[in-house]
Design a protein around this ligand. Structure first.
Ligand SMILES: CSCCC(=O)C(=O)COP(=O)(O)O
Ligand SMILES: [Zn+2]
Length: 212
């Protein structure tokens, strides 16, 4: 901590580095088209490192990562944080154990969100990869991935998410026509959950095509 900053700048540099490296890889997979997607990492109890709004997520540098507090307010900067900051901070505020939130717009996530918006969830069952979700020790379980209606009003979206947060074992949700949010205690866990959802949604879409 310095006299002028309410957070540790070394911690910010560490979190920014982690976001930059991981998001470049996600971007190379085509999961962040047209400047979409946003990413964050908890720095300490009150501070979150998060992507600046509108940046090309495949080309992030340290200048594209800023700090907000758990109330979604910018800290010691005039930059504008992600338009979806509230969806990150609501998770950090409610669950002290959450350390990383990842939001992507892959084609698979977007198509699945459109197909399953009507029933409001994607039922995932029978896959060995369900063990990728922390707390699952067998494939003999099922996971319901919620699909929420999209909105440009972040308070509306956050209120919808809030209704889900009492559930046990919730590691992500889809927004209709928009993309996926996934999280974890740290970057590797959040990324494992994100990749597992992406893979399982891809399987469900393939099965629908093949069963037609
Ligand atoms: C061009 S993508 C539309 C906004 C969005 O959904 C997104 O994920 C990126 O917004 P941000 O403000 O975080 O850049
Ligand atoms: Zn988005």
């Amino acid at each position: 901590m310095t006299a002028s900053l309410p957070y540790d700048p070394q911690r910010l540099a560490h979190c920014a580095g982690e976001i930059i490296v991981n998001v470049r890889e996600l971007s190379a997979l085509g999961w962040t088209p047209a400047t979409s997607s946003n990413f964050s990492r908890r720095m300490d109890e009150r501070h979150i490192a998060i992507t600046v709004s509108g940046r090309d997520k495949g080309k992030l540098t340290e200048a594209d990562i800023m700090v907000v507090d758990v109330d979604a307010q910018p800290v010691a900067t005039s930059q504008k944080s992600s338009a979806e900051t509230l969806l990150h901070t609501q998770l950090y505020k409610r669950f002290p154990e959450i350390g990383c939130v990842l939001h992507t717009h892959s084609r698979t996530q977007t198509v699945a969100s459109r197909l399953y918006a009507g029933i409001g969830h994607v039922h995932l069952e029978g896959y060995e990869l369900l063990k990728a979700f922390s707390g699952n020790t067998t494939h003999e379980i099922s996971v319901e991935l919620p699909v929420l209606p999209n909105s440009q009003d972040m308070h509306t979206l956050a209120a919808q998410v809030d209704c889900l947060l009492d559930r046990q074992q919730l590691w992500g949700y889809l927004i209709d026509g928009h993309g996926l949010y996934a999280w974890g205690r740290d970057m590797p866990e959040a990324r494992r959950h994100l990749e597992a959802f992406e893979f399982l949604l891809g399987c469900e879409l393939d099965l629908r095509r093949l069963q037609r």
